[in-house]
Write a protein that binds this ligand. Structure first.
Ligand SMILES: Cc1cc2nc3c(=O)[nH]c(=O)nc-3n(C[C@H](O)[C@H](O)[C@H](O)COP(=O)(O)OP(=O)(O)OC[C@H]3O[C@@H](n4cnc5c(N)ncnc54)[C@H](O)[C@@H]3O)c2cc1C
Length: 251
């Protein structure tokens, strides 16, 4: 679609689904001059990120809570909407809390990556040296694997990759089970090695990618509804183009 097209304002685009992806796409399209209609089957926007008040007036939140520092696209969108400051950033520490009170931290240092992780690996007492070295020996493909390499790893599960590289089973159980469940709600024996390697690679390569932030309140008040209200305002006041939201309840 040529964005310079004179007739663009008359062209209509239907976006399927009013989750974050659909709303973000709709906004881009409106900015590019299209008339957009979002088709959402539920009577609430936001998809896996929706939130609402229950009968006691308490906010119920369904999905995304953690923003990682690597979410460049979401942050760009939030900056454009003027709501980036609604993310409350935590100290840059990853804390694993395990059964029976076991816990360990990864606290990143202010060093260029991947050196930012060295002090925390040296100081970590939860894993012994042979276990830590079994991971360290295999950081190279995680850090510097090519796109082709990651794509090929889609043929095996993360557990196969981990064990095939001789990395300690304690690391699998204590570090990578929580990681893969958090990523896709899927255990290491079922998740593609590509997914875990991709994410671990970004966390290792980019200092700040694993830093966590939280929205300062409900997604409905601070992102989804706000996104939509602002979009309407942009529409009416600045662009004078029509942005339609059609919520079609399927049920
Ligand atoms: C419990 C939970 C916790 C999570 N925590 C995090 C987290 O901490 N950090 C993080 O980054 N991610 C997290 N996620 C993942 C994140 O929420 C999702 O990746 C993201 O919200 C997906 O957005 P989406 O727009 O791609 O899809 P969805 O949110 O699934 O949106 C799809 C939309 O399409 C609609 N739809 C489907 N079929 C039709 C149809 N036929 N017609 C019309 N509409 C239709 C659906 O109703 C929905 O509104 C979490 C997810 C869950 C469930």
């Amino acid at each position: 679609m040529a964005l310079a097209d004179q007739n663009i304002g008359r062209k209509k685009v239907l976006v399927g689904g009013g989750g974050l992806a659909g709303l973000a796409a709709a906004r881009k399209l409106v900015d590019a001059g299209y008339q957009v209609e979002v088709l959402e089957k539920r009577n609430i926007l936001g998809g896996k990120w929706s939130s609402w008040k229950d009968s006691d007036g308490e906010w119920i939140e369904t999905g995304l809570h953690v923003f990682f520092g690597a979410y460049d696209e979401i942050f760009t969108m939030m900056r454009e909407l003027g709501i980036y400051d609604r993310i409350l950033w935590k100290d840059h520490v990853l804390t694993y809390t395990l059964n029976e009170g076991e816990r360990f931290d990864f606290r990143t240092a202010k060093l260029p990556s991947p050196l930012h992780l060295v002090p925390t690996l040296v100081q970590n007492k939860y894993f012994n040296w042979p276990q830590k070295l079994s991971l360290a020996r295999n950081l190279y493909p995680m850090l510097f694997g090519s796109k082709d390499y990651y794509a090929q790893m889609d043929n095996m599960s993360y557990q196969e990759w981990h064990r095939g590289h001789g990395i300690s089973d304690k690391l699998l159980k204590k570090m990578f089970v929580p990681l893969s469940l958090a990523l896709k709600f899927v255990a290491p024996e079922d998740i593609s090695a590509k997914v875990v390697l991709d994410v671990s690679g970004i966390f290792l390569r980019v200092n700040g990618a694993s830093r966590m932030g939280f929205l300062q309140g409900s997604p409905e008040n601070h992102l989804i509804g706000d996104h939509h209200r602002r979009q309407n305002r942009i529409d009416r006041n600045r662009r004078g183009r029509s942005y339609q939201r059609l919520v079609r309840a399927a049920r």
